[in-house]
Design a protein around this ligand. Structure first.
Ligand code: HAM
Length: 430
């Protein structure tokens, strides 16, 4: 790890967000609020509670994610803190949840959902960032195939709820340890017979033969097409589990395709794996969500054995897919009322507090601006009504309320403004 350069003056470059990391500003951020709220509602409906874990973990937490995967080997943001601890920024959300399970030993089944940023030092491009956000969920301590169906159904319904239609669900089974060991041996023989084409990657093939399968290299296409398939090596128990998952999905009307080469990017996967691919995005970044079982991870991380399953959904990619399909537009930022202050006393402050406490969205402009400039600000705010505090009206205990769409204006007792606006708002929305 390199030492930090110190005391360098700030430059235009250093005052920008780091490469591959995005700021999310209004009005775009309103789509995030909407997406997260819908996900949270759905996860709660399925019986999941929110979990929040630190953004940094001890480096070792991520070792089991995949010593042979790029995400851990090459892309992890790791550092030594002031106390000499080797820490890493979270590259993905499953290992921290299992670490929390190992630490707190909650009663199982433990069903949790999360919203969290993840860090991977990848080559940034549209849909691939160095910091990306995921909403996801994990179920710790159940091996019932119905749980696999439930988890997939949760994601499937979420995408439908957002309005996405051009989405394919790909599923596969990685089998249990016995099935996978058998398959690994056959696959390794196959890679060895193609050693010249694999070149330097032969070393990776030797340590983790499955890792080669998810490569997108065009010159390997034929070799990958002809590679032995995992499905043929599943033992009876693994095949039965996978068959139950498929039956469940069919019963619920969730369409899927079996993708025999889908092995997913991390070492912890076992049994059912799945990915949702958006047809509206470029093939290299079309995965908008994915997950699977990791039945041995808890045990490998020192916790009581607990078969588990989960998924992560990339928020930025989902929003790109929404753009491409023309769904989930940013809702216009809008307040109900905009207060125009022509008296420059504390009246605007008081009235605004009253409106907001009564549940209305309200705003104002500041700094004793002219009526014209304040009205222009009211128009920009998208408010339904301008509440005008004028000297003469106020002396009579009244304020004027102007409907900004029709231009119609009425006088309302100052003390009844909030109730009047609430009534009109209810009439409009009902
Ligand atoms: P993952 O497939 O690496 O799985 O990431 C989940 C989703 O995050 C992807 O489908 C994609 O939408 C998004 N994503 C991943 N990398 C990037 C990136 N560099 N830029 C933008 N979006 C990205 C996991 O992380 C597992 N923890 C999922 C899981 C949970 N498996 C079991 N439980």
């Amino acid at each position: 790890m390199r030492r930090m350069p110190t005391d360098r003056p700030a430059t235009r470059e250093t005052m920008r967000a780091p490469k591959g990391m995005l700021d999310v500003l209004p009005p775009e951020s309103a789509r995030w609020t909407e997406l997260v709220a819908r996900f949270a509602t759905r996860a709660q409906r399925f019986g999941y509670g929110l979990i929040v874990t630190p953004i940094v973990e001890h480096y070792e937490v991520f070792q089991r994610v995949g010593e042979t995967t790029d995400v851990v080997r090459k892309e992890m943001y790791e550092f030594v803190d002031r106390g000499g601890r080797h820490l890493a920024l979270r590259p993905e959300g499953t290992a921290p949840v299992v670490r929390a399970y190992a630490q707190h030993r909650p009663t199982t089944p433990w069903k949790v959902w999360y919203l969290a940023p993840n860090f991977r030092a990848e080559q940034p491009q549209a849909g691939r960032y160095r910091q990306h956000w995921q909403v996801g969920a994990e179920v710790i301590g159940l091996d019932d195939p119905d749980v696999d169906v439930e988890i997939i159904e949760l994601v499937h319904g979420f995408f439908r709820d957002l309005g996405l239609r051009d989405v394919r669900l790909l599923i596969n089974s990685m089998g249990d340890t016995e099935s996978r060991d058998r398959y690994r041996a056959v696959l390794l023989d196959y890679w060895r017979s193609h050693a010249s084409l694999l070149g330097n990657d032969m070393e990776r093939a030797e340590t983790n033969p499955l890792r080669i399968l998810d490569s997108k290299r065009p010159d390997w296409h034929d070799m990958l097409e002809r590679a032995p398939q995992l499905g043929e090596y599943l033992n009876d128990a693994s095949a039965a589990h996978f068959a139950r998952v498929q039956e469940g999905l069919q019963l619920l009307g969730v369409e899927f395709e079996i993708a025999p080469r889908l092995v997913r990017g991390f070492d912890y996967y076992t049994s059912t794996v799945f990915e949702f691919a958006s047809g509206a995005l470029d093939a290299a970044q079309n995965a908008i969500g994915g997950g699977g079982r990791y039945d041995r991870l808890a045990e490998e991380m020192g916790a009581p054995a607990a078969p588990s399953i989960g998924f992560g959904i990339g928020i930025e990619r989902v929003l790109l897919a929404c753009d491409a399909e023309g769904v989930l537009p940013a809702p216009p930022a809008r307040v109900d009322a905009f207060v125009i202050d022509l008296v420059a006393t504390h009246e605007a402050l008081l009235l605004l507090a009253e409106l907001r406490e009564s549940g209305l969205a309200a705003d104002r402009s500041y700094g004793s601006r002219t009526m014209k400039r304040q009205m222009a600000a009211a128009d920009r705010s998208g408010a339904g009504w301008a509440v005008i505090i004028g000297e003469k009206e106020l002396a009579r205990g009244l304020v004027s309320i102007r409907d900004l769409a029709s231009g119609e204006q009425v006088e309302v007792p100052r003390l009844e403004v909030a109730a009047w606006l609430r009534m009109r708002k209810d009439e409009r929305t009902s």
